[in-house]
Design a protein around this ligand. Structure first.
Ligand SMILES: [Zn+2]
Length: 93
């Protein structure tokens, strides 16, 4: 009788563990899928200010003629805009 009880407790523990591990694995798969989708959905381009790689689909960008530059943050975009404005002014004078 006590052995049966032990067996039931063991099985219950196993089932809970299985569920927990299964859930963890499922989440991991989800995360992997997400990164795969990111890689598939867009090229990665280099932020010209800090050198970080950002998705081409990023909203933070500056169009310069035919070239679209993507930035990792609005700070980097501001820095870049100030830089090109500065060089343009420098070229005129
Ligand atoms: Zn940046």
């Amino acid at each position: 009788m006590s052995f049966t009880k032990l067996l039931i407790v063991f099985i219950c523990g196993f089932v809970v563990w299985k569920l927990f591990m299964g859930d963890k694995r499922y989440k991991q798969n989800k995360a992997e899928e997400k990164t795969e989708n990111l890689q598939a959905s867009g090229e990665m381009v280099k932020d010209p200010v800090c050198g970080a790689y950002v998705s081409k689909n990023s909203d933070i960008r500056v169009r310069q003629g035919d070239v679209v530059l993507n930035f990792c943050s609005y700070d980097c975009r501001e820095t870049y805009l100030k830089r090109i404005q500065g060089s343009e002014e420098g070229g005129k004078s």
